[in-house]
Design a protein around this ligand. Structure first.
Ligand code: NAD
Length: 480
């Protein structure tokens, strides 16, 4: 069986320990490759290599670093289908999603930051008659990027690309649950001849490899995307060292539907915003609030559309719902459905494990669940489930729905459906979220600030926000 390798100092290498972890295919429930069970020793080697490479990389003109990122993007594009197949196999997501979202977006991430860095500049502040200040934005040195399993290459490249573009050398750890496309990315870096040490990929477990990156004194910043509990742990390690950190964490996003919305568009999009990637996108709307006059109609139409989503082998083109990423995650999601029933909820459709045949007979499939009858403040409506589960709740007034929407500890994103212009602005302003979509969902302009408030994170990614995070501003004041 294939063994994935670490990518350190331009070479594919095994872990120092010599031991490996199982890598599962969610659609079959079977091990299909092995990943390095790396430790702090591997991280030290990666950081040493990055230290060696950092100075020359930082000194390259922006245009040259930009060219490297474009080369990586071009090569991934040439191998697009292979990347898409690998992402689907590793994660369980439908192949249509890997082909149209995950891999194209990963390519865009490299291209976008290749161009963004050529447009990035410091500021200057004139003090009339006294002098002038100008601000340099210099690379930090070696930075660490740690990413989750739900959008594996998409989110890894969303961090690596700005970090490299800004002139940093990078050590990175993909999720141990979905390591494969990061391994293909390492192959791409070798194929295009990226200078050794500029990017280093160390596979393995979070508490061993991720924490070693956070603890390493030569690592100057941590960019992390994952769960809120992990973010808390990372913050407790990183904050006392006064390193920069960017934390993109969990969410419990409201989807607010007013009766005056474009109903058909709302319905189609709400099915997507609820269940794309088996509901395993941090931006999925998991609490659906519907204005009372259209509640019953929405409930009927929504259940009908959700029940007809094709659950199937993720490698088949017409599959809409693939496998949940791991058995442990499947069990977690199922336990939340049981909790919802205990809390008085009614499961209107789905919520059971879906047993398949043939190759997928032991795969981790779950029917998308729609639940109603729960109060806004019960655990099911307050805690992140991160799976194919949504709840429906009616509301009567703007004030009421804003109170429901803002009631959780999270504040990542919200979706709002209304054709009333003033209401769209008024409600958006009052939502305690980092991102609000009005009459759409997951429409992304990579220049915009991306991130959450409250327990959904610290800092923003995207556009110049990311380039600012991955650089240190230095103000120089010159007296006339
Ligand atoms: P996770 O927190 O379990 O793991 C994320 C990454 O952190 C993995 O690479 C993991 O190995 C590593 N890690 C685990 N423990 C660590 C530690 N002690 N020190 C350093 N690294 C450690 O999250 P997950 O289960 O992979 O992903 C799901 C979560 O990610 C959900 O909560 C979801 O909302 C969140 N998420 C957020 C965003 C966002 O942009 N806000 C995007 C995607 C996913």
């Amino acid at each position: 069986m294939e063994k994935i390798a670490n990518y350190i100092n331009g070479h594919m290498v095994g872990p120092v320990s010599g031991s490996y972890l199982d890598n599962f295919e969610p659609a079959t429930g079977k091990v299909y490759s092995y990943i390095p069970d790396s430790s702090d020793e591997d991280v030290s080697k990666a950081v040493d290599a990055a230290m060696q490479a950092a100075k020359a990389w930082a000194e390259l003109p922006n245009e040259k670093r930009s060219e490297w990122l474009v080369k990586i993007a071009d090569r991934i594009e040439e191998r697009m289908e292979e990347f898409a197949q690998a992402e689907t196999r590793d994660n369980g997501k439908p192949i249509s999603l890997s082909r149209t979202m995950d891999i194209p977006r990963s390519i865009s991430n490299f291209r976008f930051f290749a161009h963004a860095i050529t447009q990035f500049s410091g500021e200057s502040h004139q003090m009339q008659g006294i002098g002038i200040n100008y601000t340099l934005r210099q690379p930090l040195g070696v930075v660490a990027c740690i990413s989750p399993w739900n959008l594996p290459l998409y989110l890894l490249s969303w961090k690596i690309a700005p970090a490299l573009a800004a002139g940093n050398a990078v050590v990175t750890k993909p999720s141990e649950i979905t390591p494969y496309t990061a391994y293909l990315l390492a192959q791409v870096c070798m194929e295009v001849g990226l200078p050794p040490g500029v990017l280093n990929i160390v596979h393995g477990l979070g508490p061993k490899v991720g924490e070693a990156m956070c603890l390493h004194p030569k690592v100057k910043a941590i960019s992390f995307t994952g769960g809120t509990a992990t973010g808390k742990r990372i913050a407790s390690i990183v904050a006392p060292q006064f390193k920069k950190m960017s934390l993109e964490l969990g969410g419990k996003n409201p989807n607010i539907i007013f009766a005056d919305c474009d109903y058909d568009e709302m319905l189609r999009t709400t099915v997507r915003s609820s269940f794309t990637n088996q509901g395993q996108i941090c931006l999925c709307g998991s609490r659906i609030f519907v204005e009372r006059p259209i509640y019953d109609k929405f409930k009927k139409d929504f259940i009908s559309m959700v029940s007809s989503l094709k659950i199937g082998d993720p490698s088949e083109v017409d599959t809409k719902m693939g496998a949940v990423v791991s058995e442990a995650h499947l069990n977690k999601v199922v336990s939340y459905i049981a909790l919802a029933k205990e809390e008085g909820g009614t499961v209107l459709c789905g919520g059971h494990r879906q047993w398949m045949t043939d190759r997928c007979a032991e795969g981790w499939f779950l029917q998308p669940a729609v639940i109603e009858g729960l109060p806004y403040d019960c655990r099911t409506n307050q805690e992140e489930i991160f799976g194919p589960v949504v709840t429906l709740m009616p509301f009567d007034t703007e004030e009421e729905v804003l109170m429901y929407a803002n009631s959780t500890t999270y504040g990542l994103s919200a979706t709002l459906w209304t054709s009333h212009l003033a209401r769209a602005h008024r409600v958006s302003e009052k939502l305690e979220m980092g991102i609000v979509w009005v009459n759409c969902w997951l429409v992304r302009d990579l220049r915009t600030p991306f991130g959450g408030t409250k327990a959904s994170g610290v800092g923003r990614e995207g556009g110049f926000e990311a380039l600012r995070f991955f650089t240190e501003p230095k103000n120089i004041c010159i007296s006339y």
